[in-house]
Design a protein around this ligand. Structure first.
Ligand code: AKG
Length: 407
C-alpha cells in the first residue's frame, strides 16, 4: 500500500493528467470542427488526445486503488477509454478517425434494455465504457455503463443551473405545486439536505417506486431541449427509451444519495447529467458504510462524473449494480432522466406487501433519504406501521383539528 505522501503525489499527477487530457480533447475537437476528420492535424491531435486520455485513466485507476488501500485488483475493474474527442457535441461517427483500436466490444443488450441507437451512445460505441467484474459472482457490474463528456456547452450548463436554482428557490418558498419540490428532512436524513425537483412523473420516495404521473408538471422547455439533444442530436440515449420523467437533485456540500438500484419498472438505460460540481458515483454490488453519508465499494468501482457529462446506466450497471453518491465535496446538480412504466402500470401485490413490511421493520425503506411531503398527494394509502415520531404525531393532530375547523 502507498503511504499518504505517495497518494498525494499520485492525486496531483492524476489531476494534471486529467486536465491535459481534456485540453487535448478540446484541441482535437476544435480541429475536427474546423478542418474536418481527414485532415492530418486532426488525426495527429486525435491520437494525442487518445493517448492522454488513456494515461489519465490509468493514473485515475491507480489512485482509486491506492485510496482503497492498495488492493485495487480486488475486483477486476477498469475503464476502457473511448476517444472522447468523438464524444458529445460535434462528435464524429464512432467509425471516424478518432477510433481507439483497443476498445472492448459493446455488451449484449440486457432483457430490459431497448434496442441499439443508430448513432451510438447506449450501444453504438461512443463514450467511455467500463468493466468491473465482481470476483464473487463473476458478473461485470459495469456492463452497460457509458460516460459521455461535454454533452452540453458551458453556456447551456449555466442556463440549466439558473433554471434549477430558480425552481429550488420557488420550492423553498412553497410556490411549486406539491410534490414537485422535495427536500430531505428529519431523522433519516440528518446531515443531508439534498433538494429534489420532479417533472413528467412523480417518484414516490417513501416507497422508492414510481407514483402517479399527474402529480408533477410536464417537462419544461429546457428539459425538452435536453432530451432532444441527447436522443435526437447526439444519439447517446436510445430513441425508444426516450426519457419522460426527471428528478433533479441539488446537492450542497455534505449531501449524498445512498446506494440503490432504480425501481425495476423504469426502462433502462437511465442516465444522469452532472452540473455545477464534479463528484464520483460509486457503482457496485456490495458497499460498506464508512460513516454517515459516505460509502466505499466492497465490490464495485468509482466513476468520476465531470460537469456536463452524462452517465448512462444500462445493462448490469442499471439493473444489477447499485449506485450512490457519497457526501459531496461542494454543490452539485444532477438531472436524472428515466422512461417511466406505462401509465396503467401498478406495483406488484407482493411488492406492496413486502415493501410496506420491510419499510416498517427497518425504518429505512426510503433509499434516497428524501421524505415525501405530499401529504395525501400520492393518492395511495401509506403502507406504514412504524410508530409515529413526536413531531409527526403533533402534525397529525393539527391536521385533524384543521380538518374539523373546516367542517
Ligand atoms: O445524483 C446522481 O447523479 C444520482 C441520482 C440518483 O441516483 C437518483 O436520483 O436516483
Amino acid at each position: 500500500a502507498l503511504d499518504e505522501t505517495e497518494i498525494q503525489r499520485l492525486r496531483k499527477a492524476a489531476k494534471a493528467a486529467d486536465k491535459t487530457s481534456r485540453k487535448k480533447v478540446r484541441r482535437a475537437q476544435r480541429s475536427l470542427e474546423d478542418r474536418g476528420p481527414d485532415d492530418a492535424d486532426t488525426r495527429a491531435l486525435a491520437e494525442a488526445a487518445r493517448l492522454a486520455s488513456e494515461h489519465a485513466d490509468k493514473l485515475r485507476r491507480e489512485l482509486e486503488a491506492a485510496e482503497r488501500g492498495g488492493d485495487g485488483d480486488r475486483d477486476d475493474c477498469a475503464s476502457s477509454s473511448y476517444p472522447s474527442a468523438s464524444d458529445g457535441i460535434g462528435g464524429v461517427d464512432s467509425k471516424g478517425p478518432l477510433e481507439s483500436p483497443g476498445r472492448t466490444p459493446p455488451p449484449a443488450p440486457s432483457p430490459r434494455e431497448k434496442g441499439p441507437s443508430s448513432k451510438g451512445g447506449g450501444e453504438g460505441g461512443k463514450g467511455q465504457r467500463f468493466r468491473c467484474v465482481d470476483r464473487q459472482t463473476g458478473v461485470d457490474l459495469a456492463e452497460g455503463l457509458v460516460l459521455h463528456r461535454d454533452v452540453i456547452s458551458p453556456e447551456e450548463e449555466r442556463e440549466m443551473i439558473d433554471f434549477v436554482d430558480e425552481q429550488c428557490e420557488r420550492g423553498r418558498r412553497g410556490e411549486l405545486r406539491k410534490p414537485t419540490y422535495l427536500r430531505a428532512s428529519g431523522d433519516r436524513s440528518r446531515g443531508n439536505s439534498r433538494e429534489a425537483v420532479m417533472y413528467g412523473g412523480f417518484f414516490d420516495f417513501n416507497r422508492a417506486r414510481p407514483g402517479r404521473r399527474d402529480l408533477v408538471p410536464p417537462f419544461p422547455s429546457i428539459l425538452r431541449r435536453l432530451v432532444r439533444r441527447l436522443v435526437d442530436e447526439l444519439g447517446v440515449l436510445p430513441a425508444d427509451v426516450r426519457p419522460d420523467s426527471v428528478i433533479i437533485n441539488r446537492y450542497s456540500e455534505g449531501d449524498c444519495i445512498p446506494p440503490h438500484v432504480d425501481h425495476q419498472s423504469y426502462f433502462r438505460p437511465i442516465s444522469t447529467l452532472s452540473l455545477l460540481g464534479e463528484e464520483p458515483m460509486l457503482i457496485g454490488s456490495r458497499f460498506k458504510t464508512v460513516k454517515a453519508c459516505k460509502w466505499d465499494t466492497v465490490a464495485g468501482m468509482s466513476v468520476q462524473c465531470p460537469r456536463r457529462s452524462l452517465l448512462v446506466l444500462g445493462g448490469n450497471s442499471g439493473n444489477v449494480a447499485k449506485h450512490c453518491i457519497s457526501a459531496c465535496s461542494g454543490p452539485r446538480i444532477s438531472i436524472t432522466l428515466r422512461k417511466q412504466p406505462p401509465p396503467d402500470w401498478k406495483p406488484d401485490v407482493s411488492e406492496l406487501v413486502s415493501g410496506g413490511k420491510s419499510w416498517a421493520k427497518t425504518g429505512k425503506g426510503n433509499k434516497h433519504n428524501i421524505v415525501n411531503n405530499d401529504g395525501e398527494g400520492s393518492g395511495q394509502k401509506r403502507l406504514r406501521s412504524k410508530p409515529l415520531s413526536g413531531s409527526a404525531k403533533r402534525r397529525k393532530k393539527m391536521a385533524k383539528i384543521r380538518g374539523k375547523e373546516r367542517d
